[in-house]
Ligand binder design. Structure first.
Ligand SMILES: [Zn+2]
Length: 220
């Protein structure tokens, strides 16, 4: 195969793959309020993880297509780029990684998990639009020390989840999502808080997450 053919095949593959970025909105509407959760999943981009810059560029292109006034909760590409690099590819990138682990995760499953959580705590939430961005991660720290899931509230109602699907990943995903939802409803929560305020906010979010996980035993 000559380089031209190879490039053509690569770009066809790229276009096919490009169409597959998963995005969906779940609506929870009752007479008093409306809660929208916009899910943006980049798990089906995991084939590109072999090359970190390529993966990040694909994510940035996907996000540009969405025409939001921020980029996954960040004001500029550079800050998001740094965050993705840090959270997806830490220094000790997992050597045992096999991107096929992501193929078995369907966005439908993620939608069910999110729906269950919101329905459980919707009496605590007021009307709001929540955006959740789900990324694969190769971070050794996240895989070994955080049960394969880490989460951040990166901006108001904008949550990032970094996921490596270890056994029982659904429960860990819910746990991280609940924790970040707790920060969503803490009116004082911001990255400008001092260390003491952070400790209080983290403690309350942890308590909230544990309380609701324990209440609902059918989470597995
Ligand atoms: Zn937290």
């Amino acid at each position: 195969m000559c380089w031209k053919e190879k490039r053509l095949i690569n770009s066809i593959y790229y276009i096919l793959y490009y169409e597959k970025m998963k995005s969906d909105i779940i609506r929870f509407v009752n007479k008093n309020k409306k809660i929208f959760v916009k899910i943006n999943s980049f798990l089906d981009r995991s084939n590109f993880l072999k090359n970190r810059e390529e993966f990040i560029n694909i994510v940035l292109k996907d996000l540009k297509k969405q025409k939001e006034n921020n980029i996954a909760g960040f004001l500029n590409k550079k800050s998001l780029h740094d965050q993705l690099k840090r959270e997806i590819f830490d220094n000790k990138q997992s050597l045992f990684f096999n991107y096929k682990v992501y193929h078995k995760i369907k966005i439908e499953k993620i939608k069910i998990l999110i729906r269950e959580i919101i329905e459980d705590i919707d009496y605590l939430l007021d009307s709001r639009k929540i955006s959740i961005y789900i990324f694969p991660t190769l971070s050794n720290f996240v895989i070994k020390k955080m049960n394969g899931v880490s989460g951040f509230l990166v901006w108001k109602n904008t949550i990032h989840i970094y996921l490596y699907p270890l056994k029982g990943w659904g429960k860990n995903f819910k746990s991280a999502f609940l924790h970040e939802l707790a920060h969503c409803i803490q009116p004082y929560y911001s990255y400008k808080m001092n260390l003491f305020e952070h400790l209080i906010a983290e403690g309350l979010a942890e308590h909230f997450q544990k309380y609701y996980l324990k209440k609902n035993k059918s989470l597995d």
